[in-house]
Design a protein around this ligand. Structure first.
Ligand code: NAP
Length: 328
């Protein structure tokens, strides 16, 4: 008899890949206005993403100081029918330094609600399909978050709630106050960021004491799978270091991993980007990579990832190469 895991509290239109919009909207200079060229740039990227079947678009209130959402909103104004072909996800909870204080995290009800209102205005839409809490806030009060989300949902401004960069215990603490499930957790996961994979498996490892940070992630992937929380991977391409952009002074394990990616790309007759993403997607959690390229050709290259099925041995070859040492 097979055990049925809880259904992913699914986003019905969600695709295997997510498009990350952090690269849209021009410079990170808050004083520089959005230009027509920025909107054209967003249009080319969004069209390439839709072409490869992406339906979920990831934003945050802070990306390019709001200009990523604003460029997307301007594109939706140019082509209103695009909105029906996509789900919009945005995040709140990080505040840049301002007159009131230093760079800080803020999951207070007031900040969450103000941030959502501002994102809706910039995106020019009535509803955010999925709102993610961008980072854990040490002053988070789960009841306050739950009340803010309930008001936003009742007003039709947000449909679903998720988190980002949260560990299992933080999600459980938050979920204890919510009357709706958390549906996603967006984590930094890639061949360059192995913490969550290492945490559960690499005990008895002479190297482990050098990597205590990874231990904090123990149980996070398992908790998400058990609770039906979709795991999204941010920076899944690791800025291209394994698929053509390794720096000249890259450490040996990066160069070796890049060579292996190239070899697997030839074996699978697929672009190297798709192999890097397929490594994440091979995980039983069906991790959704959030790709941040704004280059249409590279976006299309990522589209092949769903067709690349790595064998168990290929997966471990890449894992071992990327960690730079054999498994204990
Ligand atoms: N939740 C969080 O805390 C968090 C944090 C950061 C990001 N995010 C989300 O995750 C998304 C992806 O993150 P990301 O953009 O940092 O990471 P990424 O997808 O791993 O990398 C994209 C970047 O790498 C470059 N790149 C990739 N392959 C390349 C190659 N072969 N040669 C040259 N350049 C290459 C891209 O340049 P081109 O544009 O030229 O292709 C782009 O600048 C973001 O858009 C955002 O939505 C979330």
């Amino acid at each position: 008899m097979t055990t049925t895991l809880p259904l992913q509290h699914s986003l019905p239109l969600a695709s295997p890949l997510v498009y990350g919009c952090m690269g849209l909207g021009g410079s990170w200079d808050a004083n520089e206005a959005l230009s027509e060229a920025d909107i054209d740039h967003a249009q080319a990227a969004v069209e390439a993403a839709l072409e490869i079947g992406i339906t979920l678009f990831d934003h945050a209130d802070i990306y390019r100081h709001g200009k990523a959402e604003a460029s997307f909103g301007a594109l939706l104004k140019r082509q209103p029918s695009l909105r029906d072909r996509m789900l919009l996800q945005s995040k709140c909870g990080i505040r840049f330094a301002d007159a009131a204080g230093p760079k800080r995290y803020d999951l207070s009800a007031g900040h969450i609600e103000r941030s959502v209102e501002a994102s809706l205005r910039r995106l020019g839409t009535e509803q955010i399909d999925l709102l993610l809490l961008h980072r854990p806030d040490p002053l988070m009060e789960p009841v306050e978050v739950a009340e803010a989300f309930a008001r936003l949902r009742a007003a039709g401004k947000v449909r679903l709630l998720g988190v980002s960069n949260m560990q299992a215990a933080q999600m459980q603490w938050l979920a204890s106050a919510l009357d709706a499930p958390l549906v996603a957790n967006q984590l930094e996961l890639s061949l360059a960021k192995l913490d969550a994979f290492e945490a559960g498996t690499c005990f008895n490892d002479p190297q482990a004491p050098a990597h205590p940070a990874s231990l904090a992630w123990a149980g996070t992937l398992e908790h998400c799978q058990r609770a039906g929380i979709q795991i999204q991977a941010w920076a899944p391409l690791a800025q291209g270091i394994f698929s053509g952009k390794a720096p000249a002074d890259a450490p040996a394990h990066v160069t070796c991993t890049a060579a292996l990616v190239q070899q697997l790309a030839e074996t699978h007759r697929a672009p190297p980007e798709s192999v890097v993403l397929a490594w994440l997607m091979r995980h039983p959690a069906r991790i959704q990579p959030v790709i941040g390229s704004a280059n249409p050709a590279r976006i299309r290259a990522c589209g092949a990832a769903a067709q690349v099925r790595l064998s168990r041995e290929e997966w471990f070859d890449l894992y071992v190469a990327a960690r730079g040492a054999e498994l204990p």
